[in-house]
Design a protein around this ligand. Structure first.
Ligand SMILES: [Mn+2]
Length: 426
């Protein structure tokens, strides 16, 4: 299924009048406060978030998986789904592939399809947390950190293959997330595991094309429950520094222990020019992979405040690879991704409203109350008309969820693909 321009224009007719009223009211209010509304809208329109190929089917838990039907069963269909998201929201202009789940059979056909839908290939993700069919060695006891050189070499070779595949598609970065760690005390020698990982990463780093970067993701626990080799941003940063200038830390919102100050982590990494990528999701307890903004929208806003500050003040930090990393059991995956995209835009728009000069002045005066007032004044603003405007200007719909439902997207996908399809990798 492909959404046609006429369908979007037709849908927008219904909501345009009330959008215009809301927008004019808000734009007027913000302009009086000194905000440059058209600049904010341009920034919102520019902000694109990659959709991970594994979020397009219904996710599962270790207790089971419940399909949402009409799921994409191959890479072409996954790109089709991202195309649907992008045509409605105009903020999902990239896809992040997972190898080996999404190896293209025809590279030029896949590139052509993505080009036609205005979708770029973002960071490619390697997978050494599962054993692949026909693999000679097992990653049961770790991959890049494994005590056996033969196993480490297999994991290194896989990452080099992933770079090769991504390079053919126009990707510019490799994301490495390791499940490596231990489940019981004494199982691993921490120093050996860390050193093996560093050496393996250096071997992968040597295989990066000159315009590529390597993003090193961290996570404190799961699937290993006693220790994880790359457990936090400090371990990731040390490994990145050990590789070189093109290696960066990647922050995934769900990969922290409860109550971690994630905004401070992203801020300091940007100061050091070492924040390479960001994975959005939300959580109540751990790596819950819930819809972005569904649990802690204020925390997301505070993170965006730091990201915006970094984007404006830290030229030493590269452009970030933005991606949603969530997976669901109970929602239509495409509706869930639309909600996540909206939440990201909302937090970004609110952060863009913050009067940075006034905040700086209040900080210099140690006016703690005023600092909070400035942040919360931005947070309490209903910015949805700004997001709608950015979306409409780019050719998207006023309200994506409503459009998705009124165009019967899921029903159409079920008719086209059949009911009991399962997305690759799930
Ligand atoms: Mn992630």
């Amino acid at each position: 299924m492909k959404i046609q321009k006429e369908q979007i224009l037709d849908f927008n007719k219904k909501g345009l009048e009330s959008h215009n009223e809301d927008f004019d009211f808000l734009a007027n209010k913000l302009s009086k406060k000194g905000c440059n509304v058209s600049e904010i809208i341009a920034k919102l329109a520019e902000f694109q978030v990659a959709i991970p190929s594994w979020a397009l089917g219904a996710g599962g838990t270790r207790f089971g998986r419940f399909s949402f039907y009409g799921e994409p069963s191959n890479l072409e269909q996954k790109i089709q789904d991202v195309g649907i998201l992008h045509s409605l929201t105009q903020t999902a202009g990239a896809v992040s592939l997972h190898i080996p789940w999404d190896i293209p059979s025809d590279y030029s056909a896949i590139k052509e399809q993505a080009d036609a839908l205005n979708i770029k290939f973002d960071s490619v993700n390697s997978n050494t947390f599962q054993d692949q069919k026909n693999a000679s060695e097992s990653f049961k006891y770790g991959s890049l950190s494994n005590t056996s050189k033969v196993v480490r070499d297999q994991a290194i070779a896989h990452n080099l293959d992933v770079i090769n595949i991504g390079n053919k598609l126009g990707s510019k970065s490799l994301t490495v997330w390791l499940a490596d760690g231990s489940c019981f005390p004494g199982q691993n020698n921490f120093q050996t595991a860390f050193q093996n990982t560093q050496n393996s990463l250096i071997d992968i780093y040597k295989g990066l094309p000159s315009d590529w970067s390597m993003l090193i993701e961290y996570k404190p626990y799961e699937p290993n429950f006693y220790s994880t080799v790359i457990q936090d941003w400090g371990a990731s940063l040390m490994l990145a520094n050990g590789c070189g200038d093109k290696a960066y830390t990647l922050v995934d919102l769900g990969h922290h222990l409860p109550n971690s100050n994630i905004e401070q982590i992203v801020s300091i990494l940007q100061l050091k020019g070492k924040l390479g990528g960001f994975h959005f999701n939300d959580s109540k307890y751990g790596d819950d992979d819930l819809t972005v903004g569904s649990i802690k929208p204020y925390a997301l806003f505070l993170i965006f405040n730091e990201l915006v500050y970094g984007i404006q003040n830290n030229p030493q930090n590269p452009d970030l690879a933005w991606m949603i990393d969530a997976s669901h059991n109970v929602k239509d995956p495409l509706e869930d991704l639309i909600q996540s995209l909206e939440a990201i835009q909302e937090a970004y728009a609110k952060a863009l409203l913050i009067d940075q000069d006034a905040l700086k002045a209040a900080q210099l005066d140690n006016d703690v109350v005023k600092c909070q007032e400035i942040l919360q004044d931005a947070y309490r603003t209903d910015v949805r008309p700004l997001i709608e405007k950015a979306r409409i200007n780019s050719g998207g719909v006023v309200s994506p969820i409503k459009a998705y439902r009124s165009l019967h997207v899921r029903e159409n996908l079920i008719t086209e693909r059949g009911k009991n399809t399962v997305a690759t990798g799930l």
